[in-house]
Write a protein of this length. Structure first.
Lengths: 1183, 404
């Protein structure tokens, strides 16, 4: 380079040329590669490259199928056309063509003439149109001239224009005549042509009409099959215009995805690959028809993914379903990254880690699930046992995309998504897993420790113009105070229009029994055994286990002390009202019979194992096993009752359950003293041998001291804590006072404040001598005195305890706070304590990094975490206990005895509780009527009505307990076409019946007894309303009046006798011809309801129009005969008119019991208001 | 973690252990600075093609072997971090190239020869075809590299940004990681605003401070040892090294992780940093009190409330409160104030008489002051780093208004 002359090159130019050539070539290749990557869905293994458009091969496959389908459709259309006479039409066409060929000259001449006439007519028309336009123009000039010369309408200008208009008018008139003439001629010439060819054209049109469908199909088919068209429209770059292969998307306007800064509508591109998702399979008829004609049939539901159709097209995806794809998209239920088309990044989530046989599909080279019998073949190489995850890794290079905040839901938990819109509904048919999970959570009481808004559900009402809170509450029939509390409103609030009010639907009841009076019910020994292991005593209990779990099984002494302390606390502070022995001696044998026949078994089991319980076969149409178990586990299992409680307590409990616990779900069965004594005697004989025999270790006094000291040290320095250990009075006194006085213990300055207030009042009185002030002061004095007395009494009571007992009471109270026992049980002293569990309302959106997996070696996955938490709640403390976690830092969640299936159900619910914000239309807004129905369903569930009755097609669990057929409680409402309680009975009657069933006695022969639930007016009202709305009945109904015309009634009487109604039905205390008491037991199931009550009980319209014409359709299996009213049974009664006969019969029946209570009023509508229900929301419309 | 994907070998484990130990910033920073100074000292030995190639090869081999480790591969292989890996090599190459030339010129000067650049600068070249052609070809090759890079390393997409849940670690773009690293040691106001401004202003001031014509148009080291050493320490040790640290060694919670360590988001590090005033009032003074029996030394930290003058009503009483608080603050922070006063006010004078005497004599006072101010400001960073590591020192001066 050095010392080169200036004219020489620094570089060797020919070599640079080579460099240029090679680098340019490489550049072009790279550029082509870049375009290829962007365009193709294939792969170049040599370079380790894969095209970006991985969805293209799927679309290609779909179009291949579509071509097949279109070809088949086209053939089918052709065949259908032939079936409709295509051949004949074609033959006709041929024949007509031949005829026409014979007259070819005539036709040519006529056509020529028609053409000539058309030319002329057209020419005239054109001239005419032109002249008309010119006329319009000169007219406008004339008008302008008139406007200009308003003063002088006779001016030259006006006259000139007027003349022009007149001339033009003449021209137009002339031409119009001429035009009409030529048009007529033309029409004539055309008629001549039509006479010759009209018939043929008609045939042609018919053929076209028959083949219209085929034409459309063929057009699309041609487009898809033409290689040229396909190559052009799908060429790189050109494809953007109208390529066959394209990213397809649905914008779900109302379903938003949260991108943190804002929410945006979901843009689901899933259908880019899942193109066959809404392709419906053929109906069986269509399928067999096509098979008969040997046409291709594509089973979309049998295809491999991604082309398979959605398995529930009736409920989702299809346009006619309640969740059409165009509105809901895919990810609003399935989750996943909506805008993504890459398999892994879209968030596909494999199902649970279960290995199953997979087989390589020879055609696609993909691993596909094989039939289960392939397990044996697993060794052959073509099949292998693998998880779905493994298969996906093989097939799609699947990896877990951890940036995806909402990966798709696993197939088995997809029902979780229903919750975000449907949390208000009590039952979700079709989402059974979710439903069962919710029932479990309600029963287990998960909600009582962990707040879950989706469980304590509400409906949303958007405030309209001029609506007040009171009006809204009245329309929903809810207590305004409840609404205020739920929405955080003040007393006198005025609502803004458009405000969303939450209207409560459910009130949840504490899952555990009240412990206020526990000392009367059981003893300390049993309580400690129960706390130690509830499941050992009662296998299906919902009481969880707190001790002997992963993180505290290593400290049995401490556990014994803790359980003992809680027991001592509960029994020391328990109220102890007297439970005297039953006044009569009970008979266990009779008691057992009573338990069997009274209906106790609708809610309880005695010693059956609930988990193995299966619904009897004949119940299958009303309840599945799960529902049967749910109904039968409303109350606790009764086996072992004797080990737990005494005959005295049982007697008192049976006589009046609400006296022991006002909020209990246990109803009163109005047992007589003897009956109650019998049942108590029977139950107390049910002992649990293992529990009886069990001996518990005694608590160690040193451990007690140590643990007490530990809890004292939470608030006190060690030295002071040690001093306090023997001086615990000040800590425990409050528990011996009533809840009102307890405040004065927790806030010692309170009393001083009250006294200061009293002093101030007294001073004020001395200054003003105001009597009102004096009265206030007196009241305050009394109150202060009461509190002081209480305090002294409490202190005295506390002082009577010995040192160990004091430690126990202190420790017990701390432990109850620590474990949160009061969330499920009513415990004295903890009325206002807050539950200790974390809120789970948005758990489903919690990110993995917020979960503590402890030192467990497990997959870091949310569902895996949750399952492990439910299986072994304390296991996340493993290897930490005593090392990095002190006893009070240990996890506290107790262990419930759950099966894997139940865990899955709970997981479904909890993962469904997300922070997803729904737009205005969602969650579904309930109308007041729907709201009432949901509340009614909730009440029916709470009262477990389905334990004995059939409601909305579900129930009758009691039929599985060995009750004789015909002796079961009646059906209340069936499937939508069957009986509806709201249509059958009058609201008045139902209201009073629910409040006091003993007044009803519709079926006095039944041994099962309708219990007294102790419903309030509002509760009874709600049920009445629910049945009315659910039965699509008008509400409030018109109280039925009957036609008391003697002739009419006489006809009814005649029919009544002829049809032998009184044979089965109880009329005036008799049936089967004898008084009720004399009827032998085996005949009892043949009896029918008491007709004397019909007037007050039944709806006339229902009897006439629904019941008498079609009793079997109303109540399947009823013994009520279906008579052919009219000429068949009684041709001469009321002229053989069926309707009139039924009216007469019904009116006669209503007259039977009515006479005493209600004077008959002659026919004619009369509206009376219902005392039970006053408002009138009008016609009910249901979805 | 990820045991299945990790290569296991006792030798390799030892290598990783050594790597993790060396990466500890206390060690690596010291090694980097001392190593740089030693390399400059023994430049004749070090800066030649053989050692340069060996260093590059060694770098490549170490990174290559390290890639066998899952955790290392995870961090280095992140598409975001590829440019930093490339930067490691590029910095080495450019640094070496320049120093090789400088050493070469040093040798020539000893033989009384002019710098090599002086000779080549006499030549002339055609713009077309020589210059444009070669530029064009270089452009094509660069485009090829970028396209291939883009095809094989896809732009990383992460989850949607969430203001309430920032990613952990939350990292600035790679070229700002030096600044982010400074945030660990300085108050945010200084590291984020004041120091960057001083850096920019300082770089702009260089032509006015450094009027030495030596080295114009040719590479040299011997003729301007101070300037180049200062620049290299500032650029390589305090900037590039910080970027590399921030990229590869700072993990979740902005904790240090060895290059082969798993980035455990739950790593717990005991950090209890204290101010210089704590040392003065709580550690040293009580000792003096015990030794001398003067109770005044036992008073503990003076209390300073944050009184913000702008928010005070404009009456004298409040102003007095503010002045009082300032006094309290000065009292509490006297040690730090004293130290900084010595550092920024007395040290320049000392330097003028000793180490920087030549500069002081050649420059006027203003330019000397600016130079020393910049140099000392830069010096606070290693100073603060060392104090943090050794003494858990948070701030020299910590008042409600000024923290340093």
């Amino acid at each position: 380079m050095r010392n080169q002359p200036e004219t020489q090159h620094v570089y060797n130019i020919p070599r640079l040329n080579w460099w240029f050539l090679i680098s340019s070539a490489v550049f072009v290749l790279c550029f082509a590669l870049m375009i290829w990557v962007d365009y193709s869905g294939g792969s170049i293994p040599l370079l380790g490259l894969k095209g970006d458009r991985k969805w293209k091969p799927y679309q290609r496959e779909f179009y291949e199928l579509e071509k097949k389908r279109l070809a088949a459709d086209a053939q089918a259309a052709e065949i259908r056309a032939q079936e409709q006479g295509l051949d004949k039409l074609r033959a006709d066409e041929k024949q007509l063509n031949e005829q026409l060929a014979a007259r070819r000259d005539d036709l040519a001449q006529a056509q020529q003439e028609a053409a000539r006439q058309k030319v002329r007519a057209d020419r005239i028309t054109r001239e005419f149109t032109m002249e008309k336009a010119t006329r319009d123009e000169v007219r406008s000039f004339l008008e302008a001239a008139l406007a200009r010369n308003r003063e002088n309408p006779d001016s030259d200008e006006v006259r000139e224009w007027r003349f022009k208009v007149e001339t033009q008018n003449e021209k137009v008139a002339k031409l119009e005549l001429e035009k009409q003439l030529h048009d007529a001629k033309h029409a004539e010439a055309q008629a001549a042509v039509a006479a010759l060819v009209g018939a043929r054209e008609e045939v042609e049109r018919s053929i076209k009409r028959l083949l219209a469908g085929k034409t459309i199909i063929t057009k699309r088919l041609d487009q898809l099959s033409s290689p040229l068209v396909q190559a052009v429209v799908n060429a790189p770059v050109a494809e953007f215009a109208s390529g066959t292969y394209r990213v397809e998307q649905i914008v779900a306007e109302k379903h938003h995805v949260n991108v943190n800064f804002t929410t945006v509508p979901r843009v689901d591109r899933c259908i880019t690959c899942h193109k066959g998702i809404e392709s419906k399979d053929l109906t069986p008829e269509e399928k067999s028809w096509r098979e008969k004609h040997q046409l291709e049939v594509i089973e979309w539901s049998d295809l491999a993914q991604p082309l398979r159709s959605h398995p529930q097209l009736d409920l989702f995806v299809s346009e006619t379903s309640p969740h059409p794809m165009s509105k809901f998209g895919c990810t609003s239920c399935h989750w996943g990254w909506d805008r993504e088309t890459d398999f892994s990044r879209a968030g596909h989530t494999p199902d649970a880690v279960v290995k199953r046989p997979y087989r390589v599909n020879e055609k696609t080279k993909l691993w596909e699930p094989a039939a289960d019998d392939a397990t044996a073949e697993a060794a052959t190489g073509k099949t292998a046992l693998m998880t779905q995850r493994d298969a996906w890794k093989e097939n799609y290079d699947w990896y877990h995309e951890h940036y995806n905040l909402q990966p798709m839901r696993e197939q088995q938990y997809v029902q979780a998504s229903c919750l975000k819109c449907h949390s208000q509904e009590t039952h979700l048919r079709g989402a059974e897993k979710l439903d069962h999970g919710r029932r479990l959570i309600e029963q287990l009481g998960c909600w009582s420790c962990h707040k879950m808004k989706q469980i304590e559900s509400y409906s949303v009402h958007v405030v309209g113009a001029g609506e007040s809170l009171e009006e809204i509450c009245r329309s929903y029939d809810v207590n305004p105070d409840d609404v205020r509390r739920l929405n955080g409103l003040s007393q006198n609030v005025s609502l803004n229009i458009g405000r969303e009010l939450q209207i409560p639907i459910r009130t949840l009841r504490n899952p555990g029994p009240s412990l206020y009076k526990v000392a009367t019910k059981t003893d300390k020994e049993w309580t400690r055994k129960w706390l130690a292991d509830p499941v050992a005593f009662r296998p299906n209990t919902y009481m969880p286990k707190f001790w002997g779990l992963d993180n505290n099984k290593g400290t049995p002494e401490r556990n014994t002390v803790e359980m003992n302390a809680i027991t001592e606390f509960l029994f020391t502070v328990s109220q102890t009202p007297a439970t005297p022995p039953p006044p009569v001696k009970g008979d266990a044998g009779k008691g057992q019979a009573l338990v069997m026949e009274l209906g106790c078994l609708g809610c309880h089991v005695v010693d059956e194992n609930l988990l193995d319980l299966k619904a009897p076969k004949d119940l299958a149409q009303y309840m599945d096993d799960w529902e049967y178990r749910r109904a039968r586990s409303q109350g606790p299992q009764l086996a072992g009752t004797g080990s737990k409680t005494t005959v005295n307590w049982l007697y008192a409990w049976l006589k009046d359950p609400h006296a022991y616990h006002p909020k209990t779900k246990m109803p009163s069965l109005r047992l007589s003293d003897q009956e109650a004594a019998d049942v108590a005697e029977y139950l107390v004989g049910q002992r649990h041998a293992k529990t009886d025999a069990e001996k518990l270790p005694a608590p160690d006094a040193n451990v007690l001291r140590a643990v007490t000291l530990e809890y004292l040290q939470v608030t006190l320095p060690r030295k002071q804590a040690e001093e306090k250990l023997n001086d615990l009075d000040s800590f425990i006194e409050m528990y011996f006072a009533d809840p009102e006085t307890m405040k004065y213990f927790t806030d010692p300055a309170r009393l001083a404040r009250e006294e200061a207030r009293l002093k101030a009042l007294q001073q004020e009185y001395e200054e003003t001598f105001d009597d009102a002030v004096q009265a206030k002061a007196d009241a305050l004095t009394t109150a202060i005195k009461r509190v002081k007395d209480q305090i002294v009494a409490a202190q005295k009571r506390a002082a009577t305890l010995d040192a160990t007992q004091k430690q126990n009471v202190f420790l017990g109270s701390k432990l109850i706070q620590h474990y949160g026992c009061y969330a499920c049980h009513e415990i004295h002293g903890f009325e206002t304590a807050k539950p200790i569990g974390a809120e789970l309302t948005e758990w489903g959106s919690k990110t993995i990094n917020k979960l503590d997996f402890g030192l467990l070696e497990m997959e870091h996955d949310r569902i895996a975490w949750l399952k492990q938490k439910l299986r072994a709640p304390r296991s996340y403390d493993n290897d930490r206990v005593g090392i990095t976690r002190s006893p009070q830092e240990l996890l506290k969640m107790p262990k419930f005895s759950l099966t894997e299936e139940q865990i899955d159900q709970i997981v479904t619910v909890v993962t469904g509780m997300t922070d997803e914000k729904l737009t205005a239309d969602e969650p579904r807004k309930l109308t007041p009527a729907e709201h009432t129905i949901e509340r009614g369903r909730w009440a029916v569930k709470e009262l477990n009505c389905v334990g004995c009755h059939q409601i909305e097609g579900k129930g009758w669990a009691i039929r599985g307990t060995g009750i004789p057929p015909g002796m079961e409680p009646p059906m209340i409402s069936g499937t939508p076409t069957q009986l509806r309680q709201g249509q059958r009975t009058q609201p008045d009657w139902l209201f009073h019946f629910l409040k006091a069933p003993q007044t009803g006695q519709v079926r006095p022969w039944l041994k099962a007894r309708m219990p007294t639930f102790g419903l309030s007016d509002a509760e009874a009202n709600l049920l009445v309303k629910y049945f009315a709305y659910e039965g699509r009945a008008q509400f409030p109904y018109v109280t039925p009046q009957y036609n008391s015309d003697p002739v009419h009634l006489a006809a009814g009487h005649q029919l009544f006798d002829q049809l032998k109604c009184a044979l089965c039905h109880i009329v005036e205390g008799k049936a089967l011809g004898k008084p009720l008491a004399e009827i032998p037991a085996e005949d009892l199931p043949r009896l029918a309801p008491n007709l004397s009550l019909a007037a007050k009980r039944l709806q006339r319209d229902w009897l006439i129009n629904r019941w008498l014409p079609e009793p079997l359709a109303q109540v399947p299996g009823t013994r009520m005969p279906q008579f052919e009213y009219g000429a068949t049974i009684a041709p001469h009664v009321l002229g053989g008119d069926g309707k009139k006969q039924r009216e007469a019969l019904v009116d006669y029946m209503l007259s039977l019991g009515a006479a005493a209570d209600r004077p008959p009023v002659n026919a004619g509508p009369q509206h009376t208001s219902n005392p039970a229900v006053t408002e009138q929301p009008g016609e009910v419309k249901l979805k | 973690m990820q045991a299945a994907e990790t290569f296991h070998n006792p030798l390799f484990e030892a290598f990783k252990g050594l790597g993790n130990v060396l990466a500890d910033p206390r060690l690596s920073f010291t090694l980097a600075v001392v190593g740089l100074l030693l390399m400059l000292k023994f430049r004749r030995l070090v800066f030649n093609w053989w050692v340069g190639s060996a260093v590059l090869i060694l770098e490549a081999v170490i990174i290559g072997i390290s890639m066998l480790d899952y955790n290392f591969k995870l961090i280095v292989g992140k598409p975001d971090n590829v440019p930093i890996t490339i930067m490691l090599f590029l910095t080495t190459i450019t640094f070496w190239l320049a120093m090789v030339q400088a050493v070469n010129n040093e040798r020539r000067a000893e033989q009384k020869l002019p710098p090599e650049e002086k000779e080549t600068s006499q030549q002339k070249t055609w713009v077309w075809p020589d210059l444009l052609y070669i530029e064009f070809i270089a452009m094509i090759i660069c485009s090829i590299a970028l396209i291939v890079w883009a095809i094989y390393l896809r732009a990383p997409l992460e989850e949607p940004a969430n203001p309430s849940a920032t990613p952990n670690p939350s990292k600035a773009p790679w070229y700002f990681l030096g600044l982010q690293e400074m945030l660990v040691y300085y108050d945010a106001w200084y590291a984020g605003v004041v120091l960057p401004l001083i850096i920019i202003a300082g770089l702009m001031a260089i032509p006015y401070i450094d009027t030495n014509p030596k080295g114009n148009g040719y590479y040299t080291f011997a003729e301007r040892k101070f300037s180049i050493t200062l620049f290299l320490v500032g650029y390589l040790a305090l900037w590039v090294f910080m970027i590399v640290t921030g990229t590869f060694l700072r993990g979740p919670g902005w904790n240090f992780f060895g290059p082969f360590e798993y980035w455990d988001p739950h790593k717990v590090v005991a950090l209890n940093n204290v101010n210089l005033s704590d040392y003065a009032w709580i550690v040293i003074f009580p000792k003096i009190a015990r030794a001398t029996g003067i109770e005044w030394f036992n008073q503990g930290l003076p209390v300073v409330n944050n009184v913000v003058p702008q928010l005070l009503p404009p009456d004298f009483g409040s102003m007095r409160a503010f002045v009082y608080e300032v006094g309290q603050a000065c009292k509490r922070e006297f040690a730090g104030i004293l130290f900084l006063a010595l550092y920024f006010l007395a040290l320049p004078g000392v330097l003028a008489k000793t180490w920087l005497r030549k500069f002081y004599e050649q420059m006027d006072v203003v330019r000397y002051a600016v130079l020393v101010g910049l140099v000392l400001t830069m010096g606070t960073l290693p100073l603060k780093m060392i104090c943090r590591w050794v003494l858990n020192l948070k701030y020299f001066v910590d008042t409600p208004w000024i923290k340093f």
